[in-house]
Design a protein around this ligand. Structure first.
Ligand code: PHE
Length: 337
């Protein structure tokens, strides 16, 4: 076939198309030109016998021709015609996606990390499955301590357990790094508790640790946590207080109360009229802990603290029952958006 013959066939088909006024005639044309044994597939098949330099011209004409026929014959042979009119209907209602909300637990952990980042603390992670050394021994917990009893700790083997606190990350971090270290660790912890309004066998803590090669005192701990309390709980929480306590891995040890963020310390229902809310355990790192991680207790100083994430979330957002944090009740979660 020559180029002239091709063009002649093309024009002939357009005349036939103009003459085909009913569907049956148009279907005949579709079969004649576009069908499996139609003219266009035959022409394309013949391309390989054409001289190389003629192929582009043939290809171009045949391609356009096919498009003309296809759009003119759309709707025949069972092929649905494209609907007339604009493809986009602006009067239809939009598809609405309900925005999700972050769990209060994630919020508290992320906000806390952001606040401590401003003080130069980085976030350190640790595994939920710990060994006895990191969770107890190196934290100066004596072998007879009741917290190691199977009625309190979820043991997996003689040596492995689900960590009962985030404090083992102190050990991991100091063992792997020279001082100074300045870290916080938000994470899951586990205790053999029965669930009620304020207890859950799986809960979350945020550990903090600052150890330096220059003196660090309780005053540093107090100023650090005062800043955190104010940033986290809002402008009415202006102070914290220490009460003497005991932890095996800190000396001295304290319990930390935040000034009530609801009444500003005057006394209200939230703080049970005391003006203070218990939030954290803390203290100066015990010299024995430094020995376990290979630090010289004469040359380093530091403080550590640990806080319950659920507890902070509950007082901050006024959540009366810890179970609400785990039940994924949509009417509760929607309020967090
Ligand atoms: N790990 C302690 C607890 O779970 C909290 C704590 C951390 C106390 C760091 C002192 C220093 O109760």
């Amino acid at each position: 076939m020559t180029l002239e013959e091709l063009q002649a066939k093309h024009e002939e088909s357009l005349k036939e198309l103009a003459a085909a006024t009913d569907d049956a005639a148009r279907e005949q044309l579709r079969i004649k030109y576009l069908g499996r044994n139609g003219l266009l597939p035959a022409i394309v098949k013949g391309f390989k016998d054409l001289p190389k330099e003629d192929r582009p011209a043939f290809g171009k004409i045949t391609g356009q021709w096919r498009q003309e026929l296809e759009s003119a014959l759309a709707g025949t042979g069972g092929v649905a015609a494209a609907p007339k009119g604009p493809a986009f209907d602006p009067s239809l209602p939009g598809r609405w996606t309900r925005p999700g909300a972050k769990s209060p637990i994630s919020r508290v952990m992320e906000e806390t990390a952001a606040i401590f980042a401003r003080l130069g603390f980085s976030v350190e992670d640790g595994p939920d499955i710990e060994n006895k050394f990191n969770n107890f021994t190196a934290l100066n917990t004596p072998a007879h301590h009741p917290s190691m009893d199977p009625s309190d700790t979820l043991w997996l083997t003689d040596d492995l357990l689900l960590r009962t606190q985030t404090s083992p990350v102190q050990i991991r971090t100091m063992t792997a790094n020279k001082p100074p270290v300045r870290i916080i660790t938000p994470g899951r912890t586990y205790r053999r508790d029965t669930t009620d309004a304020t207890h859950s066998a799986n809960f979350h803590q945020i550990e903090g640790l600052y150890v330096d090669i220059k003196p660090v005192s309780l005053a540093d701990l107090k100023s650090t946590l005062t800043y955190y309390a104010h940033e986290m709980m809002g402008p009415r929480c202006k102070a914290i207080r220490f009460r003497p306590h005991f932890f095996p891995f800190t000396e001295p040890s304290v319990e930390v109360d935040f000034q009530c963020h609801v009444c500003g310390g005057k006394g209200c229902r939230v703080c049970k009229q005391s003006g203070w809310i218990e939030v954290a355990g803390a203290g100066l790192v015990d010299p024995r802990v430094y020995r376990f991680v290979g630090y010289d207790p004469e040359k380093v100083w530091g403080f550590a603290f640990g806080m319950g994430v659920e507890r902070i979330a509950m007082i901050k957002y006024g959540i009366p029952d810890i179970r609400w944090l785990y039940e994924n009740d949509v009417s509760f979660l929607n309020q967090m958006a």
